[in-house]
Design a protein around this ligand. Structure first.
Ligand SMILES: Nc1ncnc2c1ncn2[C@@H]1O[C@H](COP(=O)(O)OP(=O)(O)OP(=O)(O)O)[C@@H](O)[C@H]1O
Length: 265
């Protein structure tokens, strides 16, 4: 599976795939307004895998939506130095009337990629997520885990689409609790698959979760947000050979502190 990868080991020379500086986000006006983020700073390097962790409602999805350009910050800067980010959500959100292959192909079609290049790329991506044999199936014929694999392949089709202006820019994949609706065994398998796929593509990933174990397993860096309004309170590097069990304990402890300090406030 090398044709899709475009030399993944050669990380781009840019400093960051995305940088958020002093980002504020409020929803609504006046007394009823909700301050979701208050001064959030975050840099993600090209090819880096960052997990965003925090209590429910602390603003994790808001961060992804802002990076994806689905919403605008109330204040602060977001500097994207990547191709248009691809987003993957908790639900696969596939087009039910299209086959798995056609779902993966869609972003390439919308981007104007030629038919033969689309077919080749779609085949490669389905192989990459180990769905080579089911491209002709429709979503309802697939299991939940398989549908999330299709969604991953579709996100990769979008993120790794490199032509024209975006060709020299790093890819960025935004993932919002993509495995949380799956059973534990399927989730475990897909986490391993995601690590493999990430290593082979060289895309930067921002992965939102509220599961500390998932964050430590997947991330090279785990970033903990405060309770709402969200800002970064602490982060941890997860190096090769890290004691993941101890790190999970440490982060859980800090997460509980963050939640209880918010409850006491
Ligand atoms: N469009 C919106 N309008 C009003 N309030 C919103 C909107 N989107 C998010 N919020 C509020 O902003 C806060 C942060 O929401 P967000 O979905 O980003 O949190 P989260 O950390 O992703 O939560 P969870 O882990 O439960 O998914 C919440 O209080 C939420 O109710």
């Amino acid at each position: 599976m090398t044709a899709t990868l475009e030399n993944p080991t050669a990380k781009p020379a840019t400093e960051h795939a995305v940088r958020l500086a002093g980002v504020h986000k409020s929803f609504g006006q006046g007394q009823r307004s909700v301050v979701a983020l208050a001064g959030l700073d975050l840099d993600v390097a090209p090819g880096e895998f960052v997990c965003l962790l925090g209590a429910s409602g602390c603003g994790k999805s808001t961060v992804l939506n802002l990076i994806a350009g689905l919403d605008k910050p109330t204040a602060g800067e977001i500097e994207l130095n990547s191709s248009r980010p691809a987003v993957m959500f908790q639900e696969a959100a596939l087009m039910p009337w299209l086959t798995a292959a056609a779902n993966v192909e869609l972003p390439l079609k919308l981007a104007g990629v030629s038919r033969s290049a689309r077919k080749t790329r779609t085949g490669e991506l389905l192989e990459l997520v180990r769905l080579g044999g089911v491209g002709n199936k429709r979503p309802h014929e697939l299991s939940g885990g398989m549908r999330q694999r299709v969604a991953l392949a579709r996100a990769l089709a979008s993120a790794l689409h490199t032509s024209g202006e975006s060709a020299s820019r790093p890819s960025l994949l935004l993932m919002d609790e993509p495995f949380s609706a799956l059973d534990a065994i399927t989730r475990d398998v897909l986490q391993a698959e995601l690590i493999r796929v990430w290593r082979s593509t060289g895309a930067a990933v921002v992965f939102v979760t509220h599961d500390v174990r998932e964050a430590v397993r997947l991330g090279e860096r785990v970033v903990l947000l405060s309770s709402r309004p969200g800002r970064v309170v602490q982060e941890w590097q997860v190096g090769e050979g890290a004691d993941e069990v101890a790190l999970v304990d440490t982060i859980n402890h800090r997460l509980r502190e963050v939640i209880s300090s918010h409850a006491a406030a």
